[in-house]
Design a protein around this ligand. Structure first.
Ligand SMILES: Cc1ncc(COP(=O)(O)O)c(C=O)c1O
Length: 371
């Protein structure tokens, strides 16, 4: 049985008539930028995430950068974050002129280990950026407490946590602002790139809205801030609005499939993902840990099962970011996770048979050793 890692086309097939009609309508209308879909999408996302403001931009990476500019992060500042993640958070911290300070992850959740944050605080620390990896929120209670105690800004990288919650509260409510990504493979994926900033702060929202269009203020061709071109175009907004109507159902389906994996793999010699108490996991990824990871991946490939390694090399090992880290051995859990993690196929269009088949293939290679 062939099991692809993603099936983006299945999303199109499920919604084809609506998607085709919406794209056609926009093309024939001639209104391609900042139109009614853009506005409605922002309102719908603000409502879903229970925040005052949602500002749609061109990508999750732009959302990070604009959010940090609006929060006043810049040269001389330090931002505490993690290295076991996608590059965009650290990349954009460096682009602002600030310095990323890496702390290690909690090996169970892959998210920032809050017990290590205080030791990394210096007089230059301006912000903490937890990254909600794989669909569940970092320990936002403890990160928030530390932020308040030390007067630090908290900025959430929620690219992988659209709709994820802690104690019933969605991502976007645990700091000054949060960034989302609508990259094609995300739980809510555009037909291209897209991103969003969520915030309850009026001034941050006003700045983000301005920075995404060159720093223009209320009056055209008058500039208040240094900005970028980062609008979400009308076609992407329309596609996202249509997919948004399915998001809750799709995330629920992911949770059902994750449960099948968890039960089927209970006896396998792999470490299974755990959801922290109070968290609603949207299962952006289903990640297992295995000490023979590369062998397991090769075995799955032979059986027609795709898998991915998110992330094979922590950021402090990469050339542009080495100078911000403390070298090999400085982030032992991040380094170990990079060697052991394997992401199994996880999306709402997988069949239960496919999930059971993947689990059987994993168990063939990772059977528990009996005495
Ligand atoms: C954790 C994380 N942050 C940021 C991003 C950047 O988002 P985008 O690809 O939309 O720029 C991603 C996307 O891949 C991500 O996974």
């Amino acid at each position: 049985m062939r099991v692809p890692f993603y099936d983006i086309k299945a999303q199109y097939d499920e919604l084809a008539p609506e998607l085709d009609a919406a794209v056609h309508e926009i093309l024939s209308s001639g209104g391609y930028i900042m139109g009614p879909n853009h506005k409605a999408f922002e309102e719908e996302m603000a409502e879903l995430h229970e925040v005052k403001h949602a500002i749609a931009v061109n990508s999750g990476t732009d959302a990070l950068r604009i959010m940090m500019d609006a929060a006043g992060i810049g040269p001389g500042d330090e931002v505490i974050t993690t290295a076991f993640t996608f590059v965009a958070s650290t990349e954009t911290i460096v682009q602002t002129g600030a310095m990323p300070v890496f702390v290690d992850i909690d090996p169970v959740t892959f998210n920032i280990d809050p017990s290590l944050i205080e030791a990394a605080i210096t007089p230059k620390t301006k912000a903490i950026m937890p990254i909600h990896l794989f669909g569940q929120l970092a320990d936002v209670d403890r990160v928030g407490e530390i932020g308040r105690k030390h007067n630090l800004i908290v900025l959430e990288d929620a690219a992988q946590a659209v709709g994820s919650k802690h104690n019933g509260k969605p991502a976007g409510n645990f700091g000054l602002a949060a960034s989302l990504s609508f990259y094609v493979t995300k739980n809510l994926g555009a037909a291209g790139d897209g991103g969003m900033i969520l915030t309850n702060d009026d001034l941050v929202a006003e700045k983000c809205r301005s920075i995404r269009v060159h720093g223009m203020g209320r009056e055209r061709y008058y500039y208040d801030y240094l900005g970028y071109t980062s609008r979400l175009d009308e076609i992407q907004a329309a596609v996202l609005r249509i997919k948004l109507t399915k998001l809750v159902a799709w995330n629920t389906r992911r949770a059902e499939l994750a449960q099948i994996y968890l039960e089927a793999l209970e006896s396998a010699d792999v470490v299974l993902p755990m959801t922290s108490p109070g968290n609603t996991n949207t299962w952006h990824q289903f990640s297992v840990r295995c000490t023979r990871r590369d062998g397991l991946q090769a075995h799955l490939k032979e059986k027609g099962v795709d898998s991915m390694i998110y992330y094979p090399v922590p950021l402090h090992y990469h050339e542009p970011y080495r100078r911000f880290g403390k070298g090999e051995g400085s982030l032992p859990e991040s380094e170990r996770a990079a060697l052991q993690i394997l992401n199994l196929p996880m999306h709402q269009h997988l069949s239960e048979d496919q999930v059971r088949h993947v689990s059987e293939c994993v168990k063939e290679f990772c059977a528990p050793v009996r005495a």
